[in-house]
Write a protein that binds this ligand. Structure first.
Ligand SMILES: O=P(O)(O)OC[C@H]1O[C@](O)(CO)[C@@H](O)[C@@H]1O
Length: 232
């Protein structure tokens, strides 16, 4: 695992963009896995400032809340438009449809798209409880795209983005851990004390489904970018 320590989120975003640019310029970025959440905001801000051309790149997002349409301001589809897709043209952009009538069928459709477009690069954040995408503690490492129940920890962490805690959906569609691990290269960003325990587990913990991020110890190409400098 490659670890890059930075002082600020802006510096982290610049480092992430350098890696993305490198993969893109080598012609190795056909399928690009994207994440949401506060962590990714500076990355998309930085990417939007560049003249990088994603018009031959297909984007896949990790997850979406169940019950929110793409027009809902708290949906990840809306987030992606606001933060990146309005600024950068992609060949195609895919996000699980959280308002699909048949959620199981939607998960299967998404997983099929992913196997048709194997991910070259995946951006990842991490939850305070060690979740990656919305794979909460206890999710099998063999999981593909599925419907998940959000834990109270995740609902609490994401509630500042909503009117109140009761407005946070309790379910989501998420790429599975197996879907994520198939990405050729992974960049994980994590900032602030709230992420310390998750990163401690990633660097020093036992690989366990109780802390999903630990599975990245077994991935051959992971770069972690963080402002926590006394960890590894
Ligand atoms: O970046 P944040 O807002 O701390 O969230 C951490 C992770 O949890 C999620 O909210 C769940 O997918 C991701 O969007 C994010 O990568």
């Amino acid at each position: 695992m490659n670890v890059i320590t930075v002082k600020t989120k802006e510096e982290a975003a610049k480092k992430a963009v350098e890696i993305i640019e490198d993969v893109l310029n080598r012609g190795d970025l056909k399928s690009f896995g994207l994440a949401t959440g506060g962590t990714m905001e500076p990355v998309y801000k930085e990417l939007s400032k560049t003249d990088l051309d994603f018009s031959h790149v297909t984007a896949f997002n990790l997850d979406e809340y169940v019950g929110l349409t793409a027009e809902h301001p708290n949906s990840y589809a809306y987030y992606m438009k606001e933060k990146l897709f309005n600024q950068k043209v992609f060949e195609n952009t895919y996000i699980p449809n959280g308002s699909a009538e048949d959620l199981k069928a939607e998960c299967n459709r998404y997983e099929q798209l992913l196997s048709d477009h194997p991910l070259d690069l995946q951006l990842l954040g991490v939850g305070e409880n060690g979740h990656i995408a919305f794979n909460e503690p206890g999710t099998p490492f063999t999981s593909n795209t599925h419907v998940t129940n959000l834990t109270q920890s995740t609902i609490d962490a994401n509630s500042p983005y909503f009117e109140n805690k009761d407005a946070v959906p309790t379910k989501a569609l998420t790429m599975g851990i197996s879907s994520i691990l198939r990405a050729r290269k992974i960049i994980l960003l994590a900032f602030g004390e709230k992420k310390r325990e998750a990163l401690n587990q990633l660097f020093k913990g036992t690989v366990t489904e109780e802390c999903p991020v630990t599975i990245l110890q077994n991935h051959p190409d992971v770069t972690v970018i963080t402002d926590l400098n006394d960890l590894s």
